[in-house]
Design a protein around this ligand. Structure first.
Ligand code: NAP
Ligand code: HSE
Length: 435
């Protein structure tokens, strides 16, 4: 199907700040791929802002820009409304107006969902629209989909995680650079991580909003922030971080959701905690979020990714737009075959890596010279050599590491080494990965 004959989906973006501009930019950039995957034409129809004169990285015609988000929410030509304004007043009005008009709303607004989730979900159900909110928890990590779909077979005894990118960024830099938190907060704001009211981040409320959403998805019970212990990171000092470092811990702001299946009790709390460095989440740093989900069927699964910022959040919003477009265009019908240009596969000489090579060799004079002769001929440069006792009598193990080389050269090297009389077993080749 040519793009011109695809069904058209008009999208309105209410709020063209950090997240809104990310969504606009990435839909523009990936339009062809998205349209091919979805079998629908995505039109960025209109956007709303507070200040028309503000300079923005994303450029759009003045005719598409308004200061009235309600006009987008109620525009009969727009099927998907993205609420990316934030807060719980205007954002609530816009969300409910769009849902009442039967539209699908995509939201990143965890404060709104935590405070008014039941009303918002009910409006979507009543008027036949949908409400998607993947971007509201853990930025680019698809944790909502994971809980709802991938882990649907499970009951969740424990979910805990780092859910605020700003706080994790601040704690990481305090720990690494010995700075106090107010010095780093300004940078987190500039990077687009922090909320418009940054006290929501550093005092733990943003994490609490997200914890409330996860608890609802996992257990079907809304827990308000008033019913939780909520502590932030504002009282953490260098003394706390130093103790943690010296004793094998990391300090992380955690959301903890515990369900006791014997008593039926649920507990949702937010607090900074010392995590043993042996845990994966203790090693999740900077703006990254991490969520560990224990299900009674699957066991523990862990999710890590950027938890805040323009691009990670746009990724989650666009995934919701894609789901919404799919529902609008085809209901339950299967997705079309992806019709993207076929890609050439990478040539071995373009696949670069460092390598580890273990050779079982005769333990005699001149062996090293023969081996380095082969590597030199094929332009594979040795970084280190270690000799250990071999696995058979009269043999030695030579462990070589190389500087960066490529698959073609290393495979040729291994083939030639194998043919040397002094090499007595198949060489073991491992890639030294540094992604
Ligand atoms: P932002 O940069 O402050 O953008 C907010 C946008 O809404 C701006 O375009 C602003 O207009 C507009 N706006 C604000 N108040 C308005 C009003 N009274 N009338 C009309 N327009 C108004 O915020 P953001 O960081 O993109 O966050 C948006 C939402 O996404 C929030 O719910 C936030 O919690 C959530 N979120 C953010 C991130 C992140 O990393 N930033 C991640 C996940 C979720 P102007 O541009 O003219 O000021
Ligand atoms: N302010 C939030 C954070 C944005 O830092 O995690 C992402 O929800």
């Amino acid at each position: 199907m040519s793009s011109a004959s695809l069904p058209v989906i008009n999208i309105g973006i209410c709020g063209l700040g950090t997240v809104g501009q990310g969504v606009w930019k990435h839909i523009e950039r990936s339009r062809a791929d998205l349209e091919s995957r979805l079998g629908a034409k995505l039109v960025l129809a209109r956007a709303s802002v507070r200040d028309l004169k503000k300079k923005r990285a994303v450029k759009l015609p003045a005719s598409k820009l308004t200061t009235d988000p309600m006009s987008i929410a109620t525009d009969p030509d727009i099927q998907i409304v993205c609420e990316l304004i934030g807060g719980t007043t205007l954002a609530k009005d816009v969300t409910l107006a769009a849902l009442r008009a039967g539209k699908t709303v995509v939201s990143a607004n965890k404060a709104l969902i935590c405070d008014h989730g039941p009303e918002v979900f009910a409006a979507a159900r009543k008027h036949g629209g949908h409400f998607f909110f993947e971007a509201s928890v853990a930025g680019g990590i698809p944790i909502i989909k994971s809980l709802r779909e991938g882990l649907v077979a499970n009951r969740f005894g424990r979910i805990y995680g780092i859910l605020n990118g700003t706080c994790n960024y601040i704690l990481t830099r305090m720990d690494r650079e010995g700075l106090a938190y107010p010095q780093i907060l300004g940078e987190a704001k500039q990077l687009g991580y922090a909320e418009a009211d940054e006290s929501l981040d550093v005092e733990g409320w943003d994490t609490a909003h997200k914890a409330s959403i996860l608890a609802y998805l996992a257990h079907g019970t809304w827990v308000s922030t008033k019913q939780m212990l909520v502590e932030g990171i504002t009282r953490i000092t260098q003394a706390d971080l130093e103790f943690a470092r010296d004793n094998g811990y990391s300090i992380k702001l955690l959301a903890v959701i515990l369900r006791d299946f014997k008593t039926g009790e649920l507990n949702v709390a937010v607090y900074p905690a010392l995590l043993p460095q042996s845990l994966v989440l203790a090693n999740v740093h900077e703006v990254y979020n991490g969520v560990a989900v224990s299900g009674d069927v699957v066991g523990e699964t862990v999710y890590i990714g950027r938890g805040a910022g323009q691009d990670a959040t746009a990724s989650a919003v666009i995934s919701d737009i894609a789901d919404a477009a799919t529902l609008l265009v085809r209901g339950n019908a299967p997705l079309p075959e992806v019709n993207l240009p076929k890609l050439p596969l990478a040539k071995p000489e373009n696949l670069r890596s460092r390598y580890y090579l273990r050779l079982e060799v005769k333990d005699e004079a001149g062996v090293l010279a023969k081996i380095s002769g082969v590597t030199a001929k094929l332009d594979v440069s040795i970084a280190s050599v270690l000799q250990r006792p071999g696995e058979t009598p009269g043999a030695a193990s030579l462990i070589l590491s190389t500087h960066e080389s490529n698959e073609k050269a290393i495979r040729a090297t291994v083939a030639r080494l194998k043919r040397l009389n002094c090499v007595v077993a198949d060489p073991v080749l491992l890639r030294i990965v540094n992604f």
